[in-house]
Design a protein around this ligand. Structure first.
Ligand SMILES: [Zn+2]
Length: 199
């Protein structure tokens, strides 16, 4: 279990920072504008256009996954949500990242596609979005700020690495499943660390 909201406020107080998805610098406040690179979420609305509809765990707009993949992924995401009820886990597939890093698109989607409940904003947001760009065999992961305080960018990059070999073989369903298993293990370890500190 992840910490309750009350616990997370206590445990994470003082190290709560926001990270710009574009340049990686911290202290971006309220997503208005990054003081380091000028990144603004509303500018991305014009770049990425219509917001894809978020329906359930797996949003495979490109029909990348087989029916078996869809069943396995949905079932695993459901299990993860049962293990970590404060978190919502969502997968999207996309055709193109335009000229932006895929992480930037993932961040935009995370904020625009209503991934988390409005009551779960900022440090109480433990949601996860995995965005897959099959044409480039690439994936990006964006987590809510509640999880960002527990995972470094390097750890998130390591989690994505778990799917690389399968993506190269065009086994996207299996690659995503391996990423999710790795994420599940890391979340379990992180929740144990937080529970110990809260004692
Ligand atoms: Zn920036």
């Amino acid at each position: 279990m992840l910490p309750t909201d009350q616990q997370s406020n206590t445990t994470l107080r003082g190290k709560f920072t926001l990270t710009c998805p574009h340049c990686g610098q911290v202290t971006l406040r309220n997503l208005v504008e990054c003081p380091f690179c000028g990144f603004r979420l509303d500018i991305l609305d014009k770049v990425f256009g219509a917001i894809p509809v978020h329906r359930g765990w797996v949003n495979d707009c490109l029909s990348t996954f087989s029916k078996r993949d869809l069943r396995r992924l949905s079932s695993y995401l459901q299990q993860m949500h049962e293990r970590f009820p404060q978190s919502t886990f969502v997968i999207f597939t996309t055709k193109t990242a335009l000229d932006k890093p895929l992480l930037t698109q993932a961040f935009w989607l995370f904020n625009r596609a209503k991934i988390c409940a409005p009551t779960s904003r900022l440090g109480r947001n433990f949601s996860v979005l995995l965005l897959l760009l099959p044409s480039k065999m690439e994936a990006a992961i964006t987590v809510g700020y509640g999880l960002e305080a527990l995972f470094s960018r390097e750890e998130l990059a390591q989690i994505l690495e778990c799917g690389r070999e399968d993506f190269v073989r065009q086994e996207f369903g299996l690659g995503c499943l391996k990423i999710l298993r790795c994420l599940n293990d890391k979340m379990r370890q992180a929740s144990l660390r937080v529970s110990k500190k809260a004692l």
